[in-house]
Write a protein that binds this ligand. Structure first.
Ligand SMILES: [Zn+2]
Ligand SMILES: [Zn+2]
Length: 178
């Protein structure tokens, strides 16, 4: 059995490039799970596939629960927590603790990036800036450190239509109460 990935465009250079990339970054097979000492159970396969296929690639356990439920798969939250922890320990997922107390997970594609998070709706965007990376290393060197890892996260408010509207409505509501 091989898991499929949910990308629509199938022809031309794009898909050829994608196929090549997929070899080392996309589809996790049942064998991949076995190789990491994890039996390829339905919950595990569905959860890893969700991360691989989802547009929203940064998800909490609750997000995972909701998405699977929408797909008519009722996996308990306790199981989801356990699987996410196993996947993180196996190096398949990365875990972040952004501004909230809830852990956010994403597929570990093996390439470094930083994040910007909306404090209101939780939207997460990724970025990579060579200049920032370089400056961080220079600063560390200046302090006699050798950097082995770093996490940079910017916090703010996104300008997505929904989020701005909701923020405004909530502010007005609060003003009424106050
Ligand atoms: Zn937002
Ligand atoms: Zn990310």
């Amino acid at each position: 059995m091989r898991l499929s990935i949910g990308i629509g465009r199938k022809s031309g250079y794009y898909s050829r490039t994608l196929r090549r990339l997929r070899l080392f970054q996309m589809t996790t097979t049942p064998q991949d799970l076995n190789d990491r000492g994890l039996k390829a159970t339905l919950p595990r396969l569905r959860i890893i596939r969700l991360f691989e296929n989802s547009r929203n690639c940064h998800m909490t356990a609750e997000d995972v629960y909701r998405c699977l439920k929408e797909d008519d798969l009722d996996i308990g939250l306790a199981t989801i927590y356990r699987v996410l922890t196993q996947f993180e320990q196996a190096g398949l997922l990365l875990r972040h603790h952004f501004e909230s107390d809830k852990a956010v997970y994403e597929i570990n594609r093996g390439h470094h990036h930083d994040h910007i998070v909306c404090l209101h709706c939780g939207k997460v965007e990724e970025f990579f800036d060579a200049e920032i990376e370089k400056r961080q290393n220079e600063i560390a060197q200046g302090k006699n450190f050798e950097v082995v890892d770093h996490a940079l996260c910017l916090y703010g408010y996104c300008a997505t239509g929904d989020c701005v509207e909701r923020r405004r409505a909530e502010a007005e509501e609060n003003n009424d109460i106050g």
